[in-house]
Design a protein around this ligand. Structure first.
Ligand code: DP6
Length: 404
């Protein structure tokens, strides 16, 4: 028997990926619309390693206020302007299609219940807001059966968290800063698909932070207001790098991609140090990871790996699959079997190797000690696809949240 419209629960579920920028977004030209001072570019990481799973549901009988449950904990949506902005934009698009077709159920009038889960521990210190907002926007857009493209939806996800707009697509993704005041040209675009350059791999070195960092939203405001280096970065340095890295990606030129990535990470952290008061995201262990990458590249005699750091001490090291042994193998030899994370699909090429990688006498001994003591876990991953629609709902047919 079909459920009556009054008792029916409408649902849509999606996964969304994490992305790690190689040209960093740092600075807002409009904090309300969340418009950036410069364009940025990221690699979408495989959801086989890291992903957010989100179900958006709505029903006429739900309590009047929209609900959001993250990793089992109800969130106070009313105090999150960003979430409210995303939901209001999506509802108004649904209202438009309902107005033009009266046979459609009036979902825009129903309260929402959104349930979301990350498959990675919060303790990993990975910013989950990008995957989280991308999944929320994609799931509600699917629930509302909106015709908008991922590019269109990226404008909405941007209001949740800037970097989230890049998680609506797979592969290599640019966020064009745009120049219009209303932000309508500030959106994400796929520069190259995952299949264009599928060999890209990344290992995340999870470094524990002693103290909580300055949150990125606040940190970037301080940098824009106080750093002298910042203006040149936004107006000259980044536009040139965007062109150069897009060419490197089109040509699958890893040495060029790697050098631009490392220089941009260093340049971004230099503007943090140049802020007043200065902001430090990298620590001694992060700097050891920098030295390790340069030591490996020097020992091998070509650029086989590159590092990048976000607003925290974790190192993300990019390399190509063919160099897994040289890069991930060296890291595994340094950290030892006891470190966590050496499993899963991206571990296969390394599994049966004994003493792999470059000889450790090629690496500064202080670097080895710092990494051994300071890196507790690795995450092996690689370039991946964008959000995927799935049937693994986190809300059952009656509308109850399902906790795993
Ligand atoms: C260093 O996207 O978290 O990771 O827009 O204020 O939510 P808000 O900032 P957010 O900043 C990310 C900064 C970064 C660089 C990047 O991902 O491009």
């Amino acid at each position: 028997m079909a459920a009556s419209p009054d008792s029916k629960v409408f649902r849509a579920t999606t996964t969304a990926p994490v992305n790690i920028a190689v040209i960093k977004y740092w600075g807002k030209r409009d904090a309300v619309l969340n418009l950036p001072t410069n364009s940025s570019l990221s690699v979408t990481l495989s959801q086989r390693s890291l992903r957010t799973l989100t179900t958006a549901s709505c029903a006429s009988f739900y309590p009047a206020q929209d609900e959001l449950i993250l990793n089992g904990k109800p969130q106070d949506i009313q105090s999150s302007k960003r979430t409210l902005a995303c939901l209001a934009s999506l509802r108004s698009l649904r209202r438009e299609i309902e107005a033009s077709d009266s046979s459609l159920p009036q979902l825009s009038a129903f309260p929402l219940r959104i349930v979301s889960e990350n498959n990675f521990p919060t303790a990993a210190g990975l910013a989950s807001s990008a995957a989280g907002f991308a999944a929320l926007v994609r799931a509600v857009a699917d629930l509302y059966q909106l015709p908008q493209s991922a590019r269109d939806l990226s404008r909405i996800a941007r209001q949740g968290s800037g970097s989230a707009c890049r998680s609506l697509m797979g592969g290599y993704v640019a966020w064009r800063a745009g120049s219009l005041e209303d932000g309508s040209d500030s959106l994400a675009e796929e520069v190259a698909s995952q299949s264009h350059w599928p060999e890209m791999r990344a290992v995340v070195l999870v470094v524990s932070a002693e103290k909580k960092d300055v949150p990125s939203t606040e940190g970037m405001q301080t940098t824009v207001a106080t750093s002298n280096l910042f203006a040149t970065r936004a107006t000259t340095v980044v536009p040139e790098r965007m062109d150069a890295i897009e060419t490197a990606i089109q040509n699958r030129d890893f040495p060029a991609f790697a050098e631009i990535t490392m220089r941009d990470s260093n340049g971004f952290h230099a503007t943090c140090l140049d802020s007043w008061p200065p902001i430090f995201y990298m620590n001694d262990v992060s700097r050891a990871a920098v030295r390790l990458v340069h030591d490996i590249n020097r020992a091998v005699g070509r650029t086989v790996c590159s590092y990048t750091f976000d607003a925290g001490p974790n190192a993300v090291i990019y390399y190509l699959e063919k160099d897994t042994e040289l890069v991930a193998g060296t890291i595994k030899t340094i950290l030892g079997e006891k470190s966590e994370g050496w499993e899963g699909p991206f571990y296969e090429p390394l599994k049966n190797l004994t003493a792999p990688g470059v000889a450790l006498d090629q690496v500064d001994p202080r670097t080895v000690e710092l990494l051994k003591d300071g890196v507790s876990r690795v995450i092996l991953t690689g370039v991946g696809e964008g959000p995927v629609s799935v049937d693994d709902h986190l809300v059952n047919e009656k509308g109850d949240a399902i906790y795993h």
